[in-house]
Design a binder for this molecule. Sequence first.
Ligand code: FE2
Ligand code: FE2
Length: 301
Amino acid sequence: MPDRRLTHAVTDRDGTLLLKAGTRLTRQVMEASASRQAGAMATCRLLDYRQVRSDLLSFFAVPPYDLIFQEAHRQETLLEIAGDVVLPEPVLESLYHFREWDFYTYRHTLLVFALSILIARELIDDRDALLQEVMAGPTHDIGKLCVPLEILTKETPLTEAQHAHLRHHALAGYVLLSRYFRDPGILAAEVARDHHERRDGSGYPLGISIDNQMIDIIMVSDVYDALISPRPYRPVSYDNRTALEELTRQAEAGTISETVARILVALNRRAQPHFSQCVVSTERRGTPPSKNVYGLIDADD
Ligand SMILES: [Fe+2]
Ligand SMILES: [Fe+2]
């Protein structure tokens, strides 16, 4: 097991300390932390939780996402799959916490989840396998609960220390989801831990090369949403064309999955071509927004 050590403490939504800064996340530590939850695990369907369904529908209507999500048949299929996703209540409460305190993260989480469903269904035929995979989408950033709000909502570039604290969300999410699902081996925990790693080993927290289908899907959806959505520190976001060009560039560089990037490009075409038939241009015609700080803080949603 690679040596993973917490740079900061992991606390739950109420601020209760779960693991101290400096803790090494060994198998024993993860298993002990997961088994400390007592009683039956209360769960609820994500889309039936408070206003999640209507929020999701309202996000679909906003450009450029309307191009991907507004087509009736596609939206119907997406909602049908999303409707089967059931999560432990502490996970749902944590997601909803962001609705109140950091709306960007809340919206981002749901949109990455929705994108991941459309992408995953191009790659996975078996319905049960698909459901197991997409369950890992809405929780990928849950570790942000352990990052101070003043860092998450800061309107200017982060300092190195703040950036390190933000990076902590990957391992914090791994700990929280292992605990809430009572299973350190669950895919959702793995996705939270590794979604900022990159295929060429250029990511974090460990800088290891990752080869996992669902992590590839979340990675690409995550970068795409980070580029096209308004962010606290960047009121002007990438236009859709430039964002897709940036994804294509990263795929060519071997940082993210080429297949997944291609699927996302195909989802953005009005003619809805199958991704294998979609011609991806390597021409660069878009321009990143002015005052662009993407790269300085590496799309750290
Ligand atoms: Fe993240
Ligand atoms: Fe994210």
